[in-house]
Design a protein around this ligand. Structure first.
Ligand code: ARG
Length: 455
């Protein structure tokens, strides 16, 4: 191979990610070979001693350059350098094909656990914020148009629920990462009487991958994990999107902490939500990694093909991006100050309580909802024409419109009309499970707290 070809095909640039896993893999395999009497105790002990030394010395001790091709060769070269040719016994009944698949799974399990722990911390932080904002009124949107009053706590908990599913998806993917390919060797195992259960156990895997050809062929554990990360990215990106919109002058609903914002180099009055914007874009790149992984793997024949090596850097880019984005979005959300006055003003403005007014007519006067909807529609239009504010609507005004439409007055008690137009009262009345009433929000906080406590 020319040196250009060697560089082009080498994995050394990203093999540091599996360095520790590769040592563990060699240790477990050597221990098993010794236990099963496949290699001499004395040779096994020399190999294990050399591996221990490498573990202590760290990556710097390795000669990891394209001429050695990859980390598996570099580790073997290191052991050979220390103990001579008996290092070769380490590779009995093993191939780099089952080894790389094992290493990737070991390293990925750790990454998934870190990200899962990060999600739990994020949910915990959201619960703290929600606890303090159960009566912090804001308007909820559909089509990004004023829809109905809700609370900041209720909105925050919608993030927490999405994050809980992101956690569960990773947890589920983890089960299929946690399967051991070691012992598959190149593709059809070996004629040595190896003990696959034992190496799987030594490496902390829950089970072995049963079919040896599948064991070296499959990377769907990567595709599945990155899919879960792409979905996590979407959750994070949507949180960022809302913070970006809400922090505009027009919305004025939140202020993001200075630590997560920058100013413009030319416009001194500006505060830009840079972290949220970059996070929104980085979430996209996880989707890009996923598409690459799908495309590299989709048309490969079974067994090991070198194309599989090209999946690996995309996996680590996805895990790194997901981890960093998760941590920064979490910290940024915690830095947010919610403008309560503005939240209430927006919830009162623009007839966001109109649905409740229609519900009131249904409840008090047994009107069919469609007729109530029609009356309230005209109430809103007339109020806008006559320049009336929502709080200026009273029982008499409702009667006037009702007569126009049904020929009859409604005679709804004034205090009920007032209540229906008060955003906090409206929120409190939504006591159905999952609704924004503080009692239900409290219940949702408790359920999520229990979920966290079980972990
Ligand atoms: N560097 C390779 C990878 O990352 C390791 C396996 C190489 N196997 C082989 N037969 N060349 O996939």
């Amino acid at each position: 191979m020319t040196s250009d070809a060697a560089s082009y095909t080498s994995s050394v640039d990203f093999d540091h990610r599996i360095f520790r896993a590769d040592i563990k893999c060699n240790q477990a395999h050597t221990t098993m070979l010794q236990e099963e009497g496949i290699i001499a105790t004395e040779d096994a002990q020399a190999i294990l001693k050399a591996l221990k030394e490498l573990e202590e010395e760290g990556l710097e001790a390795l000669e990891l350059d394209p001429s050695v091709e990859d980390v598996h060769m570099a580790v073997e070269n290191y052991v050979t350098h220390l103990i001579g040719e008996k290092a070769g016994f380490m590779h009995t009944a093993k191939s780099r094909n089952d080894q790389v698949a094992t290493d990737l799974r070991i390293a990925l399990k750790e990454e998934i656990q870190l990200i899962m722990a990060g999600i739990l911390t994020f949910i915990q932080d959201i619960l703290v914020m929600a606890e303090g904002n159960q009566e912090t009124v804001m308007v909820g949107y559909t089509h990004l148009q004023h829809a109905q009053p809700t609370t900041f706590a209720h909105h925050l908990l919608s993030y927490a629920q999405a994050l809980k599913r992101d956690y569960q998806r990773l947890d589920d993917a983890y089960r299929r990462v946690d399967l051991c390919p070691l012992g598959a060797a190149a593709l059809t195992t070996t004629s040595f009487p190896i003990n696959r259960q034992r190496t799987a156990q030594l490496l902390g895997f829950s089970q072995v991958l049963e079919n040896s050809l599948d064991a070296v062929s499959s990377r769907d554990f990567i595709t599945e994990t990155v899919s879960a990360l792409a979905l996590l990215g979407i959750t994070l990106s949507r949180i960022c999107e809302e913070l970006i919109i809400w922090s505009t002058y027009e919305f004025g609903l939140v202020e993001i902490g200075d630590e997560f914002s920058s100013t413009s180099s030319i416009m001194p009055q500006k505060k830009n939500p840079d972290v949220a914007e970059v996070a929104r874009a980085k979430a996209t790149s996880i989707q890009g990694e996923l598409v690459t992984i799908f495309s590299v793997t989709k048309a490969l024949p079974q067994s090991y093909n070198r194309d599989l090596q090209e999946v690996t850097p995309h996996l680590w880019k996805a895990t790194d991006t997901a981890r960093d984005t998760l941590n920064l979005v979490r910290e940024m959300l915690s830095s947010v100050k919610f403008n309560r006055n503005r939240g209430e003003d927006l919830a009162r403005a623009n007839f966001s309580t109109a649905t409740e007014l229609a519900d009131l007519m249904v409840r008090e006067k047994q009107l069919p909802f469609r007729i109530a909807h029609q009356i309230v529609g005209r109430v809103v239009n007339t109020a806008l024409e006559e320049d009336l504010k929502p709080e200026e609507i009273d029982s008499l005004f409702l009667d006037r419109i009702s007569r126009e439409i049904t020929g009859q007055a409604l005679n709804i008690r004034e205090e009920l009309v007032e209540k229906a137009l008060d955003p906090l009262e409206v929120v409190k009345s939504r006591e159905v499970p999952g609704g924004p009433a503080p009692s239900r929000v409290q219940e949702c906080i408790q359920n999520l707290q229990e979920f966290l406590d079980e972990k």
